[in-house]
Design a protein around this ligand. Structure first.
Ligand SMILES: Nc1ncnc2c1ncn2[C@@H]1O[C@H](COP(=O)(O)OP(=O)(O)OP(=O)(O)O)[C@@H](O)[C@H]1O
Length: 297
């Protein structure tokens, strides 16, 4: 039996930790003092209104931007730049170089690491192309693929790298509703099989509930933590249920203020403080137990 690494608080150490992260662009604050922990196997969602800094937080986790204050660490090591342990899938369909085939696109970052031979990269690419349901399209170029297929290629390319954390920035937002749903389902299926760690950005409450097992709610610009919720009980199958609708409305209230009066002013502080109030109410927003993790309902 393997030993579990434990943090000083006695809990399991997080894989990714954001600690008091403030991000700025030219002196303008995009997020303020945001803290959260992502554990191995989490599907952790950053949810908040447009402009609250979700993408910026993801980019900081990817190592593309440096916090003005606070830090982000992976396995206890501060993130100081991009690395193969954190791969991003973006919303934009043009993230795939158009002159490369599907297979070449998936192989490309593997080859860049110089850790695998061309033969091995090709084998791995074929494996992951099959995993995302694109067998037969290896030699197609991106412009011949639908938006959903392009996102599948981006997911295959990311998973082929076997990152510590898969970072997804509104990956399905530009897809039509049916394809988006299908992609959420596929992502869930892949996660069930592979149990990778996911940090997922969306501004869709429904998508957050369907994709995530934990959701961090961020206030409007500059983004601050409002609350952290457990959402593991929801999936696409439960999306129409009364419970799902109630959760969705509750989150809407937390994000846009309807609950503020009931909860008292929501201090733009750490979720932990707010969680205690949220905890006293009905939904499963029991947030951050003793080990720092969200608590099951
Ligand atoms: N490169 C940039 N230069 C200057 N300001 C930026 C830059 N990128 C983001 N911002 C600003 O930082 C804030 C947060 O932006 P960000 O894109 O992270 O928010 P978001 O929550 O992901 O929004 P959306 O859901 O609309 O994508 C916004 O006010 C935005 O205008």
């Amino acid at each position: 039996m393997s030993l579990q690494v434990v943090s000083p608080t006695g809990g399991i150490a997080p894989l990714l930790r954001a600690d008091g992260v403030s991000l700025e662009y030219g002196g303008t604050r995009a997020t303020h003092d945001v803290s959260f922990d992502v554990y191995r196997g989490d599907r952790f969602v950053l949810l908040g209104p447009s402009g609250c800094g979700k993408s910026s937080l993801l980019k900081a986790a990817a190592g593309f931007i440096k916090p003005a204050a606070g830090s982000i660490s992976i396995n206890g090591e501060e993130v100081r730049g991009p690395g193969p342990d954190r791969i991003v899938v973006f919303q934009e369909f043009d993230q795939l170089p158009p002159w490369k085939t599907v297979k070449e696109n998936v192989m490309f970052p593997l080859l860049m690491t110089k850790r695998v031979s061309r033969h091995e990269a090709a084998e791995r690419a074929m494996h992951w192309i099959a995993k995302v349901g694109l067998s037969g399209f290896e030699n197609a170029h991106p412009h011949t693929l639908s938006g959903g297929m392009k996102q599948r290629v981006a997911i295959a390319r990311a998973l082929a790298m076997q990152p510590e954390v898969l970072l997804m920035d509104e990956p399905f937002a530009a897809l039509d509703a049916l394809t988006r749903r299908k992609m959420q389902e596929e992502l869930g299926r892949l996660w069930e099989e592979l149990r990778f760690t996911l940090l997922f950005v969306t501004h869709s409450i429904e998508e957050a509930l369907v994709v995530g097992n934990r959701i961090l709610l961020l206030s409007p610009h500059p983004g601050q933590v409002r609350a952290e919720l457990n959402s593991h009980q929801f999936d696409l199958a439960s999306a129409g249920s009364a419970e799902f609708q109630a959760a969705s409305q509750r989150i809407h209230g937390l994000l846009f203020g309807a609950d503020d009066a009931a909860a008292g002013a929501v201090a733009p502080a750490q979720a932990g403080a707010y969680a205690e109030r949220a905890d006293k109410r009905s939904m499963d927003s029991r947030v951050r137990g003793n080990d720092g993790r969200g608590v099951a309902p």
